[in-house]
Write a protein that binds this ligand. Structure first.
Ligand code: ADP
Ligand code: ADP
Length: 237
């Protein structure tokens, strides 16, 4: 589960060493996403979507409010506890963020290496993940040799490596063509369904929330202004 209570994020930007004012990117956001659901947040560019999703795993630290993930109040953890809590929160990105110098296997293995897992344990975890995302025949390829959809599959496998309970998807299909988008969304739906992973996704694309989200919120100018089941959201006047 993911719970945001009264979360605000203000950026204080500086140019030429002088204060140029505050940007209120997120304003008093409340959000509850029960375990096992897929929640979409849709909004225009600059509305605060990235800020919102990055506040969940504390890539951005909220200016005020509390963030609870899997029952743990993230905003109260020390650095070591936060590091451990992040193992339970996977994240994927618009531009995949793969390491170009590592092949498919080694990209997926990276979080497990960082957790100090043995070679054997890593192999036993990575091989089934390759199968899950349909890339068993690409194990030794490098990112440059893969299509966008295949790269995102690698990123999904990497995000799942540490057995997260929550997956954050930051415009995960925005760089993909419609057909590839469809297959990635299908994979995310499968992951939600078979592994029970809670998914928070942010997008500017209506089709994405329509096709896989159970609930959807609208974000506008830093405010979450609507939270509804998907059917209600799209039929409301
Ligand atoms: P979205 O993901 O919906 O495009 P963002 O969360 O990226 O929106 O941005 C929300 C607002 O916060 C925008 O006005 C953006 O310019 C501003 N912003 C985002 N990140 C920073 C930052 N690191 N410093 C200053 N302002 C920022
Ligand atoms: P770390 O590398 O984060 O210090 P360790 O590998 O030393 O973690 O494991 C310490 C304890 O934390 C073990 O009981 C291990 O099972 C547990 N643990 C490690 N990573 C995770 C995770 N992603 N999710 C849940 N428990 C974990």
């Amino acid at each position: 589960m993911i719970e945001l209570k009264n979360v605000s994020k203000t950026y204080f930007s500086k140019a030429n060493g002088s204060d140029t004012g505050a940007v209120h990117a997120l304003k008093n956001a409340d959000l509850y996403i029960p375990k096992g659901t897929i929640h979409g947040v849709i909004g225009l560019s600059g509305a605060g979507k990235s800020t919102l999703i990055r506040c969940v795993n504390l890539l951005e630290r909220p200016t005020e409010g509390s963030v609870t993930v899997n029952g743990q109040e993230m905003t109260r953890l020390n650095a070591q506890e936060l590091n451990r809590a992040r193992h339970r929160i996977g994240m994927i990105f618009q531009h995949f963020n793969l390491l170009t110098t590592r092949n498919v296997f080694d990209n997926i293995a990276l979080p497990l290496e960082l957790m100090g897992r043995s070679k054997k344990a890593i192999r036993e975890r990575v091989l089934p993940l390759l199968e899950l995302v349909g890339l068993s025949d690409k194990t030794h390829q490098f990112p440059a040799q893969l299509s966008g959809g295949q790269k995102q599959r690698v990123a999904i496998a990497r995000a799942l490596a540490s057995e997260p309970a929550v997956l954050l998807c930051d415009e995960a299909t925005s760089a993909l063509d419609p057909q590839t988008t469809g297959s990635i969304l299908e994979l995310l739906r499968d992951i939600n369904h078979t592994l029970g992973i809670t998914i928070l996704l942010i997008t500017h694309e209506m089709e994405v929330v329509k096709s896989i989200c159970h609930r959807v919120s609208l974000i506008s100018d830093g405010e979450l202004v609507e939270d509804a089941v998907v059917g209600d959201f799209f039929t409301s006047p």
